[in-house]
Design a protein around this ligand. Structure first.
Ligand SMILES: Nc1ncnc2c1ncn2[C@@H]1O[C@H](COP(=O)(O)OP(=O)(O)O)[C@@H](O)[C@H]1O
Ligand SMILES: [Mg+2]
Length: 376
C-alpha cells in the first residue's frame, strides 16, 4: 500500500515495545494488549521491538524474538504469562506484511514505513522524552506526551517542583544529590530528624517500578537506603511517609483532558514495591475505588490540573495518596505511559468509565494526530 492511496486506506501504526528499562517485560505485555485491541479493518501494525541492549528489530516477528528472550514469558510464573505467549505467536498473523522487510532501517526508515507511532514503552529510554525526541526529529505523530512533559514526569523531583508551583498538594519532600550525600551525610540525617521524621521514603528521582526505593523506619536504616538509591541515580528524593490509601485516576485528552473513575491499589505487603507490582502480582485493584462523590470530583480535578501543569498529551495516570484517618490528599506521581496490559489500571479505569479498550486506543491515535497537526 503506498502513501498516495486514498479512501479507506488503513492507518499504519509503528508499535514500539520492549526497550532498555526495567519495565521491558511489562512493555511486551502492554504491546500484546494493544495489538489485540487494534481493529485490523482500520490499522496495519508494524511491530518494532527494542532489545534490552537498545537494538531495534523491525523485520520478521520482533514480538516473538523478544518474548522468547524473556524469562517472564517462559518460567511458568502465573497464568498471564502463558496466555501472552500464545498471543505472541498469534500476532504474527495480524501484523502488516508490508512493513516486515528486514532491510528497513529503524529509526531512519520510520517516516516512510508508518503514519503514526505508538510507543508502548515504560520507564527511562521510552517514557522519558528520549524516544519522543527522536520521533519529533523524524516528524512522525506519536501517541502520548511530547518531549517536555515526558521528561518532566519521569523526574520525581522536577515533577514535584512543577506541581508545587501549580499549588497542587504533595507530601513534604527534598531533593538530595549523590554529591550532597557523599559530602555531608550528617546534614541530610539532621534534616530528616528535625523535619519529616520517620518513616520516610528514599527514591531515585528517575527510575519507576519501585526500583531502588526504600521505606525507612528509623535512622539506622537510612544510610543503606541512600546507598541503594544513589546506586541507581544521581538525584534522590526523600519524602515523608504517610499511612495512606493509594488511589489512581486515568486522564485522556490533549488541551481539554477528561478524567476517569478512581481505582484503588491495595498492596498486600507494607507498600507497593517491585515484588508486589511484578513478581507476586498480589496487589488487589479495586475499580471503582470506594470514594464518595465529592472526593472523586476533587481527585479528578487535581488529575486534570496536574496533566495540564506538566503539559501532558494523550494519556497519563495520576497516582494519589489519601491519608488514613485525615483523608488528606497528596499527588504521588504521574505516569505518562502507564502499563497497558490486560490487567493494568489505565485501560481498566477507562473500561469502568464507559470507554472500552478498542475505543480507547482509537481515541489515543486520534489525539496523537490532532496534536501533531497543532504542534506549532
Ligand atoms: N511518601 C510515601 N508515603 C507512603 N507510601 C509511599 C510514599 N512514597 C512511596 N510510597 C509507596 O511506594 C510505592 C512506590 O513509590 P512511587 O513513588 O510510586 O514509585 P514508582 O515510580 O517506582 O512507582 C508507592 O506505590 C507506595 O506504595
Ligand atoms: Mg508508583
Amino acid at each position: 500500500m503506498t502513501s498516495d492511496d486514498t479512501g479507506a486506506r488503513r492507518i499504519r501504526i509503528g508499535l514500539l515495545f520492549g526497550g532498555r528499562s526495567a519495565e521491558h517485560d511489562v512493555s511486551l505485555r502492554s504491546a500484546l494488549t494493544i495489538i489485540d485491541a487494534l481493529d485490523p479493518e482500520k490499522f496495519d501494525i508494524l511491530p518494532i521491538g527494542i532489545t534490552r541492549s537498545g537494538q531495534w528489530l523491525s523485520g520478521g516477528d520482533p514480538m516473538r524474538a523478544l518474548t522468547s528472550a524473556s524469562p517472564m514469558f517462559h518460567v511458568g510464573s502465573g497464568e498471564e504469562s502463558s496466555d501472552e505467549t500464545l498471543d505472541a505467536s498469534a500476532t504474527s498473523a495480524l501484523v502488516s506484511q508490508a512493513g516486515s522487510s528486514a532491510s528497513m532501517s529503524v529509526p531512519n526508515g520510520i517516516t516512510e514505513a508508518v503514519d503514526i507511532v505508538f510507543p508502548a514503552l515504560h520507564g527511562p529510554m521510552g517514557e522519558d522524552g528520549t524516544v519522543q525526541g527522536m520521533l519529533e526529529l523524524a516528524g512522525v505523530p506519536y501517541v502520548g506526551s511530547g518531549v517536555l512533559g515526558s521528561a518532566v514526569a519521569m523526574d520525581k523531583a522536577v515533577t514535584k517542583t512543577v506541581l508545587e508551583q501549580a499549588g497542587l498538594p504533595q507530601v513534604p519532600w527534598r531533593l538530595v544529590t549523590r554529591k550532597d550525600w557523599r559530602r555531608d551525610p550528617a546534614g541530610t540525617r539532621d534534616w530528616i530528624a528535625t523535619s519529616i521524621g520517620f518513616p520516610c521514603f528514599v527514591k531515585p528521582a528517575n527510575m519507576g517500578s519501585s526500583v531502588g526505593i526504600s521505606k525507612v523506619h528509623g535512622i539506622d536504616e537510612f544510610d543503606t537506603a541512600m546507598e541503594l538509591a544513589t546506586f541507581h541515580d544521581r538525584r534522590i528524593v526523600i519524602e515523608q511517609g504517610v499511612p495512606a490509601r493509594e488511589i489512581e485516576i486515568a486522564v485522556l485528552g490533549n488541551d481539554e483532558p477528561i478524567a476517569s473513575v478512581a481505582g484503588e491499589v491495595r498492596p498486600r505487603g507494607e507498600y507497593y514495591d517491585y515484588n508486589a507490582k511484578y513478581v507476586d502480582d498480589t496487589a488487589e485493584l479495586i475499580i471503582p475505588a470506594p470514594v464518595d462523590a465529592d472526593l472523586l470530583g476533587y481527585l479528578q480535578g487535581l488529575a486534570v490540573d496536574a496533566f495540564k501543569a506538566l503539559d501532558l498529551a494523550g494519556l497519563a495516570r495520576v497516582d494519589f495518596f489519601i491519608e488514613r484517618n485525615t483523608d488528606r490528599v497528596f499527588i504521588n506521581e504521574i505516569n505518562t505511559l502507564p502499563g497497558f496490559t490486560s490487567i493494568s489500571m489505565y485501560p481498566m479505569l477507562w473500561e469502568a468509565s464507559g470507554v472500552p479498550i478498542g475505543e480507547l486506543i482509537d481515541r489515543l491515535i486520534q489525539l496523537a494526530l490532532e496534536r501533531h497537526a497543532e504542534r506549532f
